[in-house]
Design a protein. Sequence first.
Length: 245
Amino acid sequence: MLMRIDKVLSQLKIATRSESRKLFAAGRVMVNRETVKNGSFRFDPEKDQLYVDGNPVSYEPYQYWMLYKPAGCITATEDAKEQTVMQFLPPLRHRDLSPVGRLDKDTEGLLLITDDGALNHALLAPGKHVEKEYFARVRGLVTEATVRQFAQGLEIGEKRPTAPAVLEAVSSHPDAGEGWCEVRVTVTEGKFHQVKRMFQAVGMEVLYLKRLRMGTLVLDEQLKPGECRLLTEEEIRRLKSDHGK
């Protein structure tokens, strides 16, 4: 299907119709390595390759980015004072992207960023009970009683106790004091500072927190803090199939 190239740039949120005229005039837009000078140029997104500033651009209605959020930045689209997660994405991307959910400033790990509003809503809707799995290093030692408390739900100062959560001790390091341990915890809610508040409720303190998984989406072990990549077609299919209904 042939499409006007200025319309495609607008749909992809790369440039408005008026902004695209400047791109064409500067020779920054190419199709199959041939410079395009007019927005009325028509191309087939299924057969032709579009380039902007030498970077290949795929025609897709939505974008889905996996970011390994580093500690020290906030989960927001913009902020006048703080570094945001959006600053780790490449400049050539859709403009209406936003994070799915929120990670605390000192928390790192998996963050999905997309402009697919329907999927964003589905993943965050309370009734969906989408699992979020974390790795944590905490002060104090997890016991069988602690595991049961998490499974039963905890009072953290909300109107209702938390939903049941799965807590698994990975390693324990007792010492002369209270010791510390490493754990995995899986919750199905997204309350403010939830994991930290749950451990506070059982007399423990979170020293380090990293999100490993959200629903079917698992943090890519090849990514380093601050790195990102587009989701694969299979990752997108599974997210929409399992959580996007």
